[in-house]
Design a binder for this molecule. Structure first.
Ligand code: SF4
Ligand code: SF4
Length: 354
């Protein structure tokens, strides 16, 4: 007979030893979140993320993803890169490129998946075979809802999960399991009367508390969105070339953010504050070599170039910015050419001369 309470205690201790900030256990029923998801999809707020529509309610029913699942074990891995250049300072310097702080090190998917697999295998060694599936963005799971139910934090008005003792700069991963581990109490919400994230969003993507229009969100536009960035949103993107952290940067709970402990999360290739023309001049081969193994790699060279062209269009007028754009006026990608042409027109209109 397995003592599931003792097993959960061991699991929590091992998770800490493996570098996780917290671990909790939730059941599988999230009907209110399912309704919220369906309304969001009906309104088309998911943009080009058609896979979300395709997955439908499978995303809110983990037992359909891994039959026999009765618990979702959620774990948190803190990523805030303590040594990186100050985020608001980089955002304020239009000649620099801003990369979301979670993407400055190696790809978190791999780090998180390996650690969760290790945890599950250790449990198997301890109690014998049981059913489980590790999920890290790789499977359709409403991870924030399960993490909330597992006591890891509440879903803030910006729709990210927030922990009272760790803010919101962390990744989540799950182990779906058929082990009926004891449940944790769901976390309570603590946004209160604060609404700082809503006006802080450069593109007004938080259309109401707890409701995000992904089609306007810079994270979506620079990462998930494959085609041209809507012209009316380009100026508001500023110098953000991969993701956006603004709604989290203003969140008062992030004064409790925890620094990343994992060495793979250290900043690579000076991506915390690179000059825009310098990164725009990377060749496809340099892009491959420099961001392989990072989350950025998944968007590919074309989208990377598209994003930087937009940022160069928003950058202060300068000869170097303009030259970097001119050099790729005849780029082999029609997508990049169109964004370069837009950016050159913006540079021609600019008023700040450096
Ligand atoms: S990530 Fe940026 S664009 Fe998206 S909701 Fe937050 S502040 Fe707005
Ligand atoms: S900024 Fe305020 S409203 Fe927004 S998530 Fe943080 S606490 Fe909640």
């Amino acid at each position: 007979m397995i003592d599931l309470s003792a097993l959960k205690g061991e699991l929590t201790a091992r998770a800490r030893a493996l570098g996780f900030g917290a671990l909790g256990v939730a059941g599988i029923s999230i009907p209110e979140d399912e309704r919220h998801l369906l309304r969001w999809l009906e309104q088309g707020l998911h943009g080009e993320m058609h896979y979300m529509q395709r997955h439908g309610v499978r995303r809110s029913r983990p037992q359909e993803l891994a039959p026999g699942t009765v618990r979702v074990v959620s774990a948190r891995l803190d990523y805030w890169p303590q040594e990186a250049c100050d985020a608001p300072a980089v955002l304020a310097q239009g000649g620099l490129a801003y990369v979301s702080r979670y993407a400055l090190g190696r790809d978190y998917h791999k780090i998180l998946r390996q650690a969760l697999r290790k945890l599950a295998l250790e449990m198997q060694r301890r109690i014998g075979a049981f059913g489980y599936r590790v999920c890290v963005d790789s499977a359709p799971v409403l991870e924030k809802a399960h993490a909330r139910d597992a006591g890891l934090g509440w879903i803030g008005k910006h729709t990210n999960l927030i922990a009272r003792d760790a803010g919101s700069y962390f990744f989540l991963g799950e182990i779906l399991t058929d082990l009926p581990l004891p449940l944790d109490a769901p976390a309570s919400a603590h946004c209160g009367t604060c609404s700082a994230c809503i006006p802080a969003c450069p593109t007004a993507a938080i259309v109401a508390p707890y409701r995000l229009d992904a089609r306007r969100c810079i994270s979506y536009l620079t990462i998930e969105h494959r085609s041209a960035i809507p012209v009316e949103l380009r100026a508001a993107i500023g110098n953000r070339i991969y993701g956006c952290d603004d709604c989290q940067l203003v969140c008062p709970w992030n004064k409790f953010a925890r620094a990343a402990a994992h060495p793979d999360m250290k900043v690579r290739h000076g991506l915390d504050a690179p000059a825009l023309p310098a990164v725009f001049r990377w060749t496809a081969a340099q892009f491959e070599a420099r961001v392989r193994g990072s989350a950025i790699y998944r968007i590919g060279y074309e989208r990377w170039s598209r994003n930087i062209a937009v940022a160069l269009g928003n950058a202060p007028r300068s000869d170097d910015n303009r030259r970097a754009l001119e050099e790729r006026r005849e780029d082999s990608s029609a997508l990049v050419r169109e964004h370069v042409a837009w950016a050159l027109a913006q540079q021609a209109k600019g008023t700040t001369v450096r």
